[in-house]
Design a protein around this ligand. Sequence first.
Ligand code: NI
Length: 192
Amino acid sequence: MAAIVPAAAMLGGMTIREILKMGDARLLRTAKAVTAFDTDELHVLVSDMLYTMQSINGAGLAAPQIGVDLQVVIFGSDQINPRYPEAPVVPRTVLVNPVITPMSATEESDWEGCLSVPGLRGMVPRFSHIRYTGFDQYGDAIDRTVDGFHARVVQHECDHLIGTLYPMRIRDFSQFGFTEVLFPGLDTPADD
Ligand code: NI
């Protein structure tokens, strides 16, 4: 961990934050709406979240995962994620006060993992096609209609804002287990 402090200093004080793990009651709260945009406080939070997510190749991160009780999620990377090499690229997005609207009742199931549930993967049903709206950290509106992996990531991250972790969405627990057992050839970090 010694390299982290100088790297953080070089990048303007961004800090790798501790990620809470399942069982921590702070992951079960309903997060509060952000009421002021383009503030120093919000920019520091977003910078820390981006830096924390990048440091562990996460596909997304929600503020409650670092113990911050606010409706802020980040996801995407503008490049292939080494943890999900088969997944399409999702644009790097900061999404505040999100609202998700399913565009149809159609669902699809796929494997998910979570930085708060390290070492495990489960098969999770999600809406295939959604519209999501919200704001970026500057208060500019976001309004996108997406499907597939992009829609899955948004639903997973926004679930963190209502105290829901992906295992709570699993319907078939025969498809829930340790990554190293389910995917023995997959080269993923030990903490997923
Ligand atoms: Ni998660």
